[in-house]
Write a protein that binds this ligand. Structure first.
Ligand code: NAD
Length: 392
């Protein structure tokens, strides 16, 4: 089949296997180009391993430190008529490269919030890997089924306290327009915390501890975005921000609960980047196209792989790393510093439909968005017939 992007709103509903493989390979090459990264984790569990920050974490673990990895993701397999999701093809490409390098990798595709998948992970670890010394929690999901009650919770992306009117960018229609976002109800806030907060992270650690699969001095981190004034009304101080605050609570709880193993738990704050999760958040596509412009001009632009490689080397794997007031690891300084934010704010105030392509890195945003799904990548022949049926 010849595969061309089918963009619908903030998502692309198909993916290109060859393009996804090329993009995974590019990330692997970046990590390899860094040379020997020294001592690192041996057995890593990556929850949300197939795209974005989780995939980058898996690549750094494998190709930076030679670690065995078990990944969990929720991706759609291909059929004769329909391509798989990008995360499926990324995972297949990752497996092929790990195999070539002779490094163990296994992936479980299913709902990480469920007890069944937790049990499958435990069985696989017991059979193949043994105790884990690093657990990456990188799930981004719009809903979660409570494993005990079966109740389905949905997250919302709404401001807290008051309605909020702002500019946003519609990637599909290439249109800047105003959006009015209604303040979330108490129930919507609670539901978002249930989906994207720390409860499931804690459940994972408890399940692994109970199965005696936590190595002594095991480390774990969950990812957050803190941002600044421009994004606070829709992120940091909004429903999703409330869920992210709950990660701070969960990190302290994990440290307390698993002190016998000396488990170290951090929330790591990363920079805003184009991923499937961030494209769905109102305001973020406009904000990201502006910061790409500013950070590229300042020479500080980074993608997922650079952020995670830096996080591992400078913070996560270091003894007693520098943390912020809430014991978080911060990799977002080049985005959130006052000077950079002031430039972005200046652009934000000026940006209109007419000048958007000049003021922002629209082309960069658009390219990165298509690349998430394996499109718009140099060296890939998109006229070529390809087989969508790729397995790992
Ligand atoms: P993403 O959409 O690229 O990745 C999400 C991953 O979660 C995928 O591997 C997907 O398969 C998996 N997943 C989703 N639901 C699942 C389920 N029920 N069971 C198993 N796997 C499931 O997202 P991302 O942007 O890389 O986000 C990862 C984390 O990083 C999130 O916590 C996010 O808030 C955080 N973060 C993102 C940004 C950003 O700008 N993208 C910035 C800072 C922090």
């Amino acid at each position: 089949m010849v595969i061309k992007p089918k963009v619908r709103g903030f998502i692309c509903t198909n993916a290109h296997p060859v393009g996804c493989a090329a993009s995974v390979k590019e990330q692997i090459e970046y990590v390899k180009s860094q040379g020997d990264l020294g001592e690192g984790p041996k057995n890593v569990l990556v929850l949300g391993c197939s795209t974005g920050y989780g995939l980058a974490s898996r690549i750094v673990s494998t190709f930076g430190y030679g670690a065995n990895t078990l990944g969990v993701c929720f991706e759609k397999p291909p059929s004769e008529r329909k391509t798989a999701t990008a995360g499926w093809y990324n995972t297949a490409a990752f497996h092929q490269q790990a195999k070539q390098a002779g490094i163990y990798a296994q992936t479980i595709n299913g709902d990480a919030f469920s007890n069944e998948i937790k049990q499958q992970v435990i069985d696989t670890l017991k059979a193949d890997m043994g105790k884990v010394d690093l657990i990456i929690y990188s799930l981004a999901s719009p809903r979660r089924t409570d494993p005990e009650t079966g109740e389905v919770y949905k997250s919302t992306l709404k401001p807290v306290g008051q309605d909020y009117k702002t500019k946003t960018y519609d990637t599909d229609k290439d249109l800047i327009h105003e959006v009015e976002l209604e303040a979330a109800s108490e129930e919507e806030i609670a539901n978002t915390i249930k989906v994207m907060g720390g409860e499931d992270w804690e459940l994972w650690l408890n399940a692994l501890a109970e199965a005696d699969l936590l190595a002594d001095n095991c480390k774990t981190t969950a990812y957050t975005y803190i941002g600044k004034e421009l994004t606070w009304p829709i992120y940091g101080q909004a429903t999703i921000g409330k869920a992210k605050e709950d990660l701070d609570r969960a990190a302290s709880e994990i440290i307390k609960q698993h002190s016998d193993k000396n488990v170290v738990a951090y929330v790591s704050s990363l920079k805003a980047l184009v991923t499937q999760a961030s494209s769905a958040i109102p305001v973020m596509p406009l904000y990201i196209s502006l910061i790409y412009k500013v950070m590229k001009q300042e020479g500080t632009h980074e993608g997922c792989i650079e952020q995670i490689s830096g996080l591992f080397q400078q913070k996560l794997l270091v003894d007693s790393p520098e943390t912020d007031e809430a014991n978080r690891l911060r990799m977002d300084g080049k985005e959130t510093n006052e000077a950079t934010q002031a430039v972005i704010k200046g652009l934000w105030d000026q940006v209109t439909q007419e000048n958007f392509h000049q003021l922002s890195d629209y082309a960069g945003y658009h390219h990165e968005f298509l690349k998430l799904f394996g499109f718009d990548i140099d060296g890939v022949d998109y006229e070529q017939d390809v087989d969508p049926l790729v397995e790992w």
